[in-house]
Design a protein around this ligand. Structure first.
Ligand SMILES: Cc1ncc(COP(=O)(O)O)c(C=O)c1O
Length: 490
């Protein structure tokens, strides 16, 4: 399992004290439950990028104070009877567990269980220092965004002055012409079968995942996640208090043995381009999953976050389109094809769930901004979106080719990398005696930023594995970055 710890390297508190304190708080808040197994000192030290001795010191203190217990040969576990008086109180009732008084610098502030879990969740941030080559970011290249066209569409929407664009909408499904344009676009581009009435416009995929967690699960119920998995999805379910059932990923995508024996309410997947491995879910596995969902009665949450970027071959149709859609919530975003700060995404929801999802959206934030939705509908209908995607697909395809060519040229058999030509990143694992942290440090010194894959593993992250973003880096800089990386790794 992954511990949600955030270490402040610039803090005066030693790292071991930060690990100790955050674990203690997580135990008190019930985020780490009694009996739960903790990662080994080796795994945690790797995932945090600190020495094993640092983690061992924090664990020793938690053991000595009775928060943890060691079981010979099987690992370290959260004590079932914890030393703190708040624990029995917290466990007495569910409502008490939701309101655990946690002490922080400001004094006694009550945090809900969700608040405590959110406060402990790690934020995976990527470096944006100017002058560096950023392989640590898998964002669109915003210098190509047609901002003049976009500006005109926005200005036109504002100037028209239609009151319905400025007022509260009567309902929270989203701007009707955008939902109609999207239904047509998704049918043609992703073989998604839906009517505009099944579409709910949301604040990016992250809001869709949060809504899925709230609408489909109760705390203590189970959700299946790919391992490794997109951390945004894991956090949405973890903060809610869901149990995570891992679905190991191989070269054909996620595997489903665990779903045969365990019961889950939902399974979250990235079938078109598994995040972060980059493999796509094979057709037999897609059919197996659809059959399992039908037989066992769980919902598939299909995150199709960057499927527009496929550089070779034809994409497999969406799970939503491959099935009758009755068991699938399909999620998409404009963060990758347009720009992330737009905060617009969409869900295609089975008809019986539309009412619950739109009411949940209403409770959370009423609606997404209508001017942007109006501009976006115009952009799709005018062919602007399809044109922009075609253009960027060509550029990103060339960048990906430059990246993998350089990787193969400089590392040869010493790199294991994503083979499929799609998306905005490549997962690469180097065969080296150096640790992930040491490679990041050495690359940084050479002007290259890297992101390790550890935050995405539910357990046992491999060493020296990186998510290499190529979309926003020109070809020449990509080749130069890999040359520099080879010089410090080989
Ligand atoms: C798997 C996955 N889903 C969705 C997103 C996009 O999230 P959002 O639409 O909230 O910006 C990302 C962004 O990196 C992602 O990696």
């Amino acid at each position: 399992m992954q511990l949600p710890l955030i270490l402040e390297r610039s803090s005066n508190d030693p790292l071991q004290a930060q690990i100790y304190e955050q674990c203690r708080r997580a135990i008190l808040a019930g985020v780490l439950a009694g009996g739960q197994r903790l990662p080994s000192t080796r795994d945690l030290s790797r995932s945090l990028g600190v020495s094993r001795a640092t983690v061992a010191l924090a664990y020793e203190r938690l053991l000595a104070e009775g928060y943890l217990e060691a079981r010979h040969g099987s690992g370290t576990f959260v004590s079932r009877v914890a030393p703190d008086t708040q624990i029995p109180e917290a466990r007495r009732s569910r409502s008490a567990a939701r309101r655990i008084n946690q002490t922080n610098a400001a004094g006694q502030i009550g945090l809900s269980r969700w608040g405590a879990a959110a406060a402990l969740a790690e934020r995976v941030v990527s470096d944006a220092t100017p002058g560096m080559i950023h392989l640590s970011r898998w964002r669109p290249d915003l210098t190509y965004f047609p901002n003049r066209d976009w500006g005109r569409l926005l200005a036109r929407a504002a100037a028209a002055g239609a009151p319905e664009l400025f007022d509260y909408a009567g309902e929270s499904f989203g701007y009707a012409p955008l939902r109609a344009a999207l239904a047509r676009y998704l049918g043609a581009a992703r073989a998604v079968h839906c009517s505009p009435e099944q579409i709910v416009i949301v604040g990016g995929s992250q809001q869709a995942l949060d809504l899925c967690a709230r609408v489909l699960l109760n705390a203590g119920e189970s959700v299946a996640l790919e391992n490794p998995c997109y951390q945004g999805a894991r956090q949405a379910f973890e903060t809610l208090g869901a149990h995570i059932v891992p679905l190991p990923v191989d070269d054909h995508g996620a595997t489903f043995q665990n779903l045969e024996s365990l019961s889950v309410r939902a399974a979250y997947l990235t079938p078109s381009h598994q995040f972060p491995t980059g493999v796509s879910l094979s057709l037999p596995r897609r059919l197996e999953l659809i059959e399992l969902a039908r037989r066992k009665g769980f919902v598939i949450i299909e995150d199709d976050y960057d499927s527009e970027y496929r550089y070779e071959g034809r994409p497999l149709p969406s799970l939503q389109g491959l099935s009758d859609g009755a068991q699938v919530v399909y999620v998409g975003t404009f963060s990758k094809v347009l720009f992330p700060s737009l905060r617009l995404g969409y869900m295609v929801v089975p008809p019986p769930l539309v009412h619950a999802f739109s009411k949940a959206k209403w409770i959370i934030d009423r609606q997404c901004a209508y001017l942007e939705q109006h501009a976006l509908a115009g952009f799709i209908e005018s062919g602007g979106l399809a044109r922009h995607i075609r253009r960027m697909r060509k550029i990103y395809g060339q960048r990906r080719a430059a990246l993998v060519e350089s990787l193969d040229q400089h590392f040869g058999a010493r790199v294991k990398r994503t083979r499929e030509a799609s998306g905005m990143h490549v997962l690469a694992r180097f065969d080296t005696g150096l640790s992930t942290t040491e490679i990041i440090r050495r690359a940084q010194a050479q002007g290259v930023t890297l992101a390790g894959s550890q935050p995405y593993y539910l357990q046992d992250a491999p060493n020296a594995e990186f998510v290499l973003g190529f979309a926003a880096v020109p070809e020449k800089a990509l080749r130069e970055a890999i040359r520099r990386l080879a010089a410090v790794v080989c």
